[in-house]
Design a protein around this ligand. Structure first.
Ligand SMILES: Cc1cc2nc3c(=O)[nH]c(=O)nc-3n(C[C@H](O)[C@H](O)[C@H](O)COP(=O)(O)OP(=O)(O)OC[C@H]3O[C@@H](n4cnc5c(N)ncnc54)[C@H](O)[C@@H]3O)c2cc1C
Length: 458
């Protein structure tokens, strides 16, 4: 590692060697002990590198190959699956100094930026031109463009604008062989498989994303907020199915059971629907009217107007609290001896209610209680946060919950990636031939296996 640092310093690349006692800030991302995660291996040294340009990243990748030291790309370290956790002595490639906005092109509705900029900084810059990003996750203040692309994240407005995949027009990527790939950045192209797509959701295992060209949107003329209550989850879900059936998509949608305390997973609870519609004024008015009619016909009772407005205003607070606890160093004590964990599965809309029942049975059998349960952005995306004491059972139960989603034709995760957390479920997710194909792609691109080994099941 000393020689590696010397070599990097010869090129004036900012870096530092961390010994065992100083590794703390880089040992964990958002995957924590309270979720039942135990480290099996730990690095003894890390070289933290802060590249300021694509050329510097190229040097780092070359030296990583030469010294056979793995690279872990690092953004805001908010990822929930351990994608940025180093498993052995590694180079932590901290991208946050590559944070420049290179070009804003209002006429083309695109922005060219470096990958280490946070979403909040980028959005702030865009707002000066009357533009905004289509990606607005809880962690907007901390997550970087590169980390969001590498996990194919999804934010509050994804019902309209889609997950990160839909925001990306083009990418610059330093490949594991140190070549620099730049893709074209047009809306549509029918010229073979999309190379940019290969790196969306690739969690740093196929290369380092250094620049992105993103689709951006005009700041909407109008925003309307709606809040409804339903006597049971099922009744409200039928309303969402009805909206989907006529092709009505709000910009933001969140629907969940109202739980004042950890609750029985077999119970049925009053449920709350948040909807936001934005765009040009006439479209917003017409959409809101039709959505209200359908939701009210399905038994929805309007909440007072303050609730949906407050919900929107406070939407990033959970992540701010989470990061404050990380900084204070008490994050792992938040849930005491309990396990607190969550799943985010995607299912055919017709299977969601069945999944709610089956997953409730799995949680109940393992004596876990639900803290949060509902759908997010699309009625197909079903999430559960749960708490319980059975530490030994927690991982087995997690896998049963995900396998149940697979058995209903679903996917085990819709926005946080795989990392190390779900790595051993990849062959179930993609099927054995599918996962073998992914592994072959990895082997061809990264013959020395230097890019983020151990993640995504590779
Ligand atoms: C409280 C909380 C709330 C959250 N809410 C949301 C949410 O609403 N929506 C959502 O999608 N996610 C959410 N997340 C998860 C997390 O914020 C996202 O996964 C985010 O996109 C990660 O970005 P990051 O910059 O922090 O990446 P990191 O955590 O640093 O890295 C994530 C992965 O991307 C790789 N990577 C990072 N930068 C690069 C790069 N330049 N090139 C190649 N690979 C790279 C890393 O190696 C790692 O595998 C939440 C997390 C927390 C803690």
């Amino acid at each position: 590692m000393d020689k590696l640092v010397e070599a990097l310093k010869e090129h004036s690349i900012q870096c530092r060697l961390l010994e065992k006692a100083d590794l703390g800030p880089y040992l964990y991302d958002g995957l924590r002990r309270y979720r039942g995660f135990e480290r099996h291996t730990e690095p003894s040294k890390l070289v933290v590198v802060y590249p300021k340009s694509t050329d510097e990243v190229v040097y780092v990748v070359r030296y990583a190959n030469m010294f056979k030291v793995p690279i872990v790309p690092v953004g805001g370290m908010t990822g929930l699956m351990g994608g940025a956790i180093p498993l052995t002595d590694s180079i932590m490639l901290d991208m946050r100094k590559m944070n420049r906005v290179l070009e804003v092109r209002p006429e083309d509705r695109l922005v060219v930026c470096e990958a280490g900029i946070t979403l909040a900084e980028l959005d702030e810059r865009l707002s000066k031109e009357g533009l905004m990003l289509g990606h607005d996750p809880w962690t907007k203040q901390y997550a970087t463009v590169g980390g969001s692309i590498a996990t194919n994240g999804m934010g509050y407005t994804a019902a309209s604008y889609g997950s990160m995949r839909r925001q990306v027009l083009g990418l610059e990527v330093v490949l594991p062989t140190a070549e620099v790939l730049g893709t074209r950045y047009v809306e549509d192209s029918s010229t073979g498989p999309s190379l940019a797509n290969l790196f969306i959701g690739s969690e740093g295992v196929l290369g380092v994303i250094t620049k992105a060209v993103l689709r951006v949107y005009p700041i909407p003329e109008k925003r309307m907020f709606l809040g409804y209550r339903f006597p049971s989850f099922e009744e409200g879900f039928r309303a969402l199915q009805r909206l989907s059936g006529v092709g009505l998509t709000p910009t933001s949608l969140e629907y969940g059971e109202v739980l004042d305390e950890p609750s029985d997973p077999l119970g049925d609870y009053e449920s709350e629907l948040f909807i936001m519609v934005e765009g040009v004024a006439e479209e917003v008015d017409a959409k809101t009217r039709r959505i209200s009619e359908i939701v009210e016909r399905c038994g929805g009772v309007k909440t007072d107007d303050t609730w949906p407005h407050d919900f929107w205003r406070r939407r990033h607070e959970v992540a701010q609290r989470f990061m404050n606890h990380v900084l204070k160093g008490d994050i792992d004590r938040l849930w005491g001896d309990n396990i607190f964990d969550f799943i985010h599965v995607s299912l055919p809309i017709s299977k969601v209610l069945e999944y709610r029942r089956l997953s409730g049975e799995v949680l109940s059998r393992n004596r876990f209680l639900i803290v949060d349960r509902g759908v997010w952005r699309h009625p197909e995306n079903f999430s559960i946060a749960y708490v319980g004491q059975a530490r030994d059972n927690a991982l087995k139960m997690l896998k049963e919950l995900l396998a149940t989603a697979h058995s209903l034709g679903g996917s085990m995760e819709y926005c946080h990636g795989v990392g190390i957390r779900l790595a051993d479920m990849m062959a179930y997710e993609h099927g054995v031939p599918g996962f073998k194909l992914l592994q072959r792609i990895k082997n061809v691109l990264d013959p020395n296996n230097i890019m983020n080994p151990g993640k995504l099941g590779f």
